[in-house]
Design a protein around this ligand. Structure first.
Ligand code: DGT
Ligand code: CA
Ligand code: CA
Ligand code: ZN
Length: 586
């Protein structure tokens, strides 16, 4: 366990003790202890193994013993017992703005309120207002805080965040007092879900930029407005933070607020190792924290900062402390894929199953968008709720697609539909269609759509059996997760990747912002095994073609280059690759 994890547990112990009404000195000792650890400049494990905890100011003997137990065993009996002695829901009360441990304790003791459902009911019945020290105003504030949390304090899908962030960024760019501007934070890093949107702007006139920002039409509510920053709630209930800095500070502020926090920590350590200090204001020739402009290293861009720290430029998507430092030191970062390199999508639906548009409408839209090909992989019969096709219907569709393609060719249009199926993986890894039919299809995606509660080993066996089928080109949405909605089913993804490597099967990166599945954290492993990626829209409407851009952002996060992604290939090369697993030479 590292120091941040240990500090979090100490903080939580402090809160739990406060909830139990323990002596305030004891409570504060844990909070101070957490702060002391956060300020530690060397690895906590090292301090513990060398028995030097007693040299850290603010750590009494009891705390030293508990920290040692946490670091060496990864557990702390005292903490577990303390947690077990209180209802599990009680801590969630503290997530309501304006509700601290003292009030939560009263609510629990006087009204037996141990979770948010009970709290809401008690506020609505008026019994919270009657408690000593509460009153109607506090009760109303708690209700408002709960409403806020339900509506706003959640996380957001990437496309929702982009939909509001892009017009705001454009508006900032258009302002005459803005010199440079960018998104920052998780949005710039292309994370799969977004907490809040961040902007960094440089300007000589921050107040005018901030006043203009908070007046944008999508701004619903101003949370804070100062001389250098503002926080607002925009449509969709998403928070957006703006920081305005001077132009010389811009690269440092941009790097800092792009994060990730983990990446920033290593950057700061690299600066210290070179006798420098890095913070949001600059890179300084100093051995202690400073903002002294006389000590500032000259950096015009983020690129300059990386160079001064002995690194090549790290694209924002890779700033997760996921191996980028070792690679950037050696100049070994990959050239990341661009979404414009994608030539089509190999997993899509039409009106034949649960898609919105007909084959003809799909052809028109995708050709218009400049795509070269588009596979039609409607559902198979087991997915009856999605109007899965029988084998007879699949054969009818093959004929329909061939006719459309012939017509396109005769008109000299450089676009083709590919025949295909998203075939269900059934129990024991059997496929919903027999091999004869699969062999007639150009593109076969195999996916799980049922039996999500199976054990990890059963699910893994099922999927591996499916990818071993020579007619299956790729595995669709590896874990079945729906971001912010449904947990992934259990599956040993490394074992599946190994099986794909052994059989020459590709893995989909489902570019729907509800899925982004397989997760970006696993692509480096897949790439190391030589497994190719297919960035698929899983389009159910023609507008979903736009997911390709989002999917490419996630692929970049997974360190993927053009040559790792099958659907960057032109059609004739794609056809050759599609034939390989089936032992066909074209
Ligand atoms: P989000 O908003 O939860 O999706 O994730 P981020 O990464 O956008 O986080 P956010 O908005 O809280 O902060 C933006 C960046 O600012 C973050 O990626 C790194 C930097 N940052 C914020 N707080 C800290 C901090 O306490 N320490 C360090 N090193 N960096 C921080
Ligand atoms: Ca953020
Ligand atoms: Ca933020
Ligand atoms: Zn599917």
């Amino acid at each position: 366990m590292n120091k941040d994890q240990v500090a979090d547990i100490l903080t939580e112990i402090g809160v739990l003790l406060e909830l139990k009404g323990e002596n305030p000195f004891k409570t504060r000792a844990y909070q101070n202890g957490a702060r002391a650890l956060e300020g530690l400049s060397e690895p906590l494990e090292k301090v513990v193994s060398e028995e030097r905890l007693d040299t850290i100011p603010g750590l009494g003997a009891a705390l030293q013993q508990k920290i040692t137990e946490l670091v060496t065993t990864g557990r702390l009996l005292y903490y577990e017992e303390l947690k077990a002695s209180l209802p599990a829901g009680l801590l969630t009360l503290l997530e309501i703005p304006g509700l601290g441990p003292k009030k939560a304790k009263v609510l629990y003791e006087k009204l037996g309120i141990s979770d948010l459902v009970l709290l809401k009911a008690a506020c609505e019945s008026g019994s919270v207002a009657e408690l000593a020290g509460f009153g109607k105003k506090t009760q109303d504030n708690i209700l408002k805080g709960m409403e806020f949390r339900e509506k706003y304090a959640s996380r957001h899908q990437l496309h929702h965040a982009l939909a509001v962030a892009e017009p705001l960024l454009q508006a900032l760019r258009d302002h005459p007092d803005v010199s440079r501007c960018s998104t920052a934070g998780s949005l710039r890093r292309s994370k799969e879900v977004i907490g809040d949107i961040d902007f960094v702007v440089s300007s000589k006139n921050p107040n005018s930029v901030i006043a203009y920002f908070v007046q944008q039409p999508t701004v619903l509510n101003i949370l804070a407005q100062g001389d250098t920053k503002a926080s607002v709630i925009v449509s969709g209930g998403i928070q957006a933070d703006l920081r305005v800095v001077s132009d010389s500070e811009f690269p440092f502020a941009l790097a800092y607020f792009t994060g990730s926090k983990e990446h920033n920590i290593v950057m700061r350590q690299r600066a210290i190792a070179r006798g420098l200090r890095l913070n949001e204001y600059g890179l300084f020739r100093s051995s202690e924290e400073t903002r002294d402009p006389n000590l500032l290293e000259n950096c015009q861009t983020e690129d300059d900062i990386y160079q001064k720290l002995g690194l090549t430029y790290v694209p924002p998507e890779l700033r997760e402390d996921h191996g980028e430092f070792a690679a950037a030191e050696k100049g070994d970062l990959p050239r990341l894929i661009e979404w414009t390199e994608l030539k089509g999508s190999l997993h899509n639906h039409s009106t034949w199953s649960d898609g919105r548009q007909s084959l003809e409408e799909i052809v028109e839209s995708m050709n218009e968008l400049g795509m070269s090909y588009w596979a039609v992989t409607d559902h198979s019969k087991a997915s009856f709720q999605a109007h899965g096709l029988t084998s007879e219907r699949v054969r009818e569709q093959i004929i329909a697609i061939r006719e459309i393609n012939l017509k396109l060719q005769s008109e000299g249009i450089d676009f083709q539909l590919l025949t295909g199926s998203e075939v269900d993986i059934l129990g024991e890894g059997r496929l919903d269609f027999d091999d004869d039919l699969l062999a007639e299809l150009e593109v076969v995606v195999a996916s799980i759509h049922s039996g999500f509660t199976a054990s990890e080993s059963e699910m893994t066996r099922r999927i591996i059996a499916a990818v071993e089928n020579p007619f299956v080109h790729m595995l669709g949405h590896m874990t079945g997760r729906l971001l912010l909605e449904r947990e992934p089913y259990k599956v040993d993804q490394h074992a599946v990747i190994d099986a794909c490597a052994a059989t020459g099967t590709w893995i989909e990166l489902n570019a729907s912002p509800f899925r982004f599945d397989m997760d970006w954290r696993l692509w480096q492993y897949a790439k190391s095994k030589g497994v190719k990626c297919v960035i698929n829209c899983d389009a159910h409407r023609v507008e979903h073609a736009g997911f390709l851009r989002l999917g490419a952002g996630i692929a970049r996060k997974g360190w993927l280059s053009k040559q790792d992604v099958i659907n960057t290939l032109p059609l004739h090369e794609l056809r050759r690759e599609l034939g390989k697993k089936r032992g066909q030479e074209i």
